[in-house]
Design a protein around this ligand. Structure first.
Ligand code: TRP
Length: 334
């Protein structure tokens, strides 16, 4: 089997399961798009638990977070009937093609990755897996002949490397892989910390008050919005430089309300910052409370959740296994 043209573009993305609750930045930046993409694409999503162990993880926590992350995907609207939802470690083709990609990539290329440089500077012990991480990521993508890979700006360099590896392999061994396009999530979908609106919302936030978890209790969500940092002046306007706090709140509002920025700004014309915070608190609770409830329901029936993931892994293997077989054949494995 070689690269095929799909009737609908095939979109594939992965997310690491390294926290209990996804946060609002993941929800708006990734999950909302994943859900929307089911309408227009042949959508494939997976939990990158093999990438997670490139830095030390507690085994019990990793297992729990893998299930929790999958549950949050489904609760947010990723429909395992329409999309293929699976766990990376449950599809053996990933490390198999990952190894081949490690041998197609050069050490120098891997060392040039800014994520490797950042993470290796932060950790005392640097695993070999942290260096070869992008080769496994390339395998994740190429196994499925993905046309487009929706990821954040921070993954652009890895995607560029994936494209290079696909082209290099195809040239050396014959056409085998689709060269994927990056589907970089637009800047407007970038969500900042509610307490420090110049820093990206992230699980390593300085203060938990700045980070909104999908699984936070509704009361906690409302409180975080009501105590969000705003800016000098009184006018609700979008201006990332002069008004980072208000601009972030407007971005969140426009994403959750499903309206464009001009409409969001107009909606709050002549209103005070407090009004924006209050209305946004209500909207966020209204949006996230059902996701939280559905996640808890899914987690109450782990056998069913496990079954859904096993079925996803099986569907994934049906596509990934023939790709690996083709790559094995091409490189000369018996
Ligand atoms: N590296 C990605 C991240 O940390 C996760 C990931 C792993 C991924 N494999 C992938 C994303 C394949 C897209 C496609 O966000």
């Amino acid at each position: 089997m070689t690269a095929t043209a799909h009737a609908r573009p095939r979109s594939l993305s992965g997310i690491q399961a390294t926290s209990d609750s996804l946060h609002l930045g993941n929800y708006i930046g990734a999950l909302q798009q994943f859900v929307a993409q089911q309408e227009t694409s042949d959508a494939w999503y997976f939990i990158a638990n093999m990438h997670a162990i490139t830095v030390p993880q507690d085994p019990a926590k990793l297992r729990e977070r893998t299930l929790l992350t999958a549950a949050q995907f489904i609760a947010a609207g990723v429909d395992p009937e329409r999309s293929v939802l699976f766990v990376q470690s449950q599809v053996d083709a990933h490390p198999k093609l990952g190894w081949i990609m490690e041998c197609v990539a050069s050490e120098g290329e891997a060392r040039r990755m800014t994520q490797f440089k950042d993470k290796s500077a932060k950790n005392e012990q640097v695993s070999l897996g942290l260096l070869t991480y992008p080769a496994l990521m390339a395998a994740d993508i190429l196994l499925y002949q993905a046309d487009v890979v929706p990821v954040g700006e921070d993954q652009r360099q890895h995607l560029e490397l994936t494209r290079n590896l696909a082209e290099r392999f195809n040239k050396r061994f014959g056409h085998t892989f689709t060269v994927p396009e990056p589907g970089i999530v637009k800047e407007t979908a970038k969500i900042y910390d509610l307490q420090d609106p110049t820093a990206k919302m992230s699980k390593s936030a300085q203060s938990p008050a700045g980070l909104v978890g999908i699984l936070d209790e509704p009361k906690a969500i409302a409180k975080k919005f009501k105590s969000a940092v705003t800016d000098d002046g009184t006018e609700v306007a979008f201006d990332r430089e002069a008004k980072p706090g208000v601009s972030n709140l407007l971005t969140i509002y426009s994403s959750l309300a499903g309206v464009d920025m001009a409409t969001a700004v107009e909606h709050f014309e002549g209103k005070m910052y407090g009004h924006l915070k209050g209305e946004l608190a209500d909207l966020a609770v209204e949006t996230l409370a059902p996701v939280r409830e559905r996640t808890l329901e899914l987690l109450a029936d782990r056998a069913e959740l496990t079954r859904i993931l096993a079925a996803g892994a099986q569907r994934a293997a049906e596509v990934a296994d023939p790709t690996v077989a083709a790559a094995y054949e091409r490189v000369g494995f018996l």
